[in-house]
Write a protein that binds this ligand. Structure first.
Ligand code: KIV
Length: 267
């Protein structure tokens, strides 16, 4: 059994100038594969709503669904630090709710940390969760749970005032005790400024080359999501073609009688 990474190991990677690798996973087989490949952190993202459940966005995902996916990912991994996303409305109402729900992701889901979206206005909530010894990852810039305020998935921080707010958000998240912060959908210069000015690691998604680490959605990099492909995604494999070919072969062999053979049967 390998030793699982801790938030201290993740902080050290920034100190040593080593890039931090993060991917999302929602189930046992994917967690097992990326853990064996040596990924530093696995994010059980609420993107599960879009890429697994087929919702239009992440808003319908529930805490119980997150706990279910989290347990599978934790069972499938040995060495990666597992972060569980706090879904929409599981931490926005009050700090008591936020602590209880973060606690469920740790106690029932088995995660080692939680992630929540928001900067300055979520600082008190981050502090409250950190104060009960639950590590928190921040998430600022393009925050998908704010889709209706943002009017879509749009790059944030292009205007000076917005950029200043995102920088203030990053500082507030660090001061509140987060162990790392996801920077999503912001200009690369702003991401560099934030990365240089924080002591905690920045994990970028659509935030350029200067972040301390990168995160992507596993379905996007493997070509398993046909909805849309944002500019920041790089496709490393096209697994859907392989899967479709396997399924078509199965259907035609059953129809033709080529499967099963005597080798697949019991005597
Ligand atoms: O839910 C998710 O997958 C995320 C990443 C895109 C950062 O929050």
């Amino acid at each position: 059994m390998k030793k699982r990474k801790t938030i201290l190991d993740i902080g050290q990677l920034k100190q040593q100038g080593e890039k931090i690798t993060v991917l999302t996973a929602y189930d046992y087989p994917f967690a097992k594969l990326m853990d064996a490949a040596g990924i530093d952190m696995i994010l059980v993202g609420d993107s599960v709503g879009s890429v697994v459940s087929g919702y239009e966005n992440t808003l319908p995902v529930t805490l119980d669904e997150m706990i279910y996916h989290c347990r599978a990912v934790v069972r499938g991994s040995e060495q990666a630090l597992v972060i569980a996303d706090m879904p929409f409305m599981s931490y926005q109402i009050d700090v008591r709710d936020a602590r209880l729900n973060a606690g469920r992701l740790i106690k029932e889901g088995g995660a080692q940390a939680v992630k929540l979206e928001g900067g300055e206005h979520m600082a008190e909530t981050i502090r409250a969760i950190v104060d009960i010894d639950i590590p928190v990852a921040g998430h600022i810039g393009l925050t998908p749970q704010s889709i209706h305020r943002m009017g879509g998935f749009k790059v944030q921080g292009r205007q000076e005032e917005q950029a200043r707010q995102i920088l203030a958000d990053a500082r507030a998240v660090e001061e509140a005790g987060a162990f790392c912060v996801v920077l999503e959908g912001i200009p690369c210069d702003l991401a560099k400024e934030i990365t240089d000015s924080l002591s905690i690691p920045t994990i970028g998604i659509g935030a350029g080359v200067d972040c301390d680490g990168q995160v992507l959605v596993i379905h996007d990099i493997l070509g398993l999501c046909d909805k849309y492909s944002p500019k920041f995604v790089k496709r490393y494999a096209d697994v859907s073609e392989t899967i479709s070919a396997g399924i078509s072969d199965y259907i035609s062999e059953v129809r033709s009688g080529a499967f099963p053979t005597i080798d697949h049967s019991f005597k």
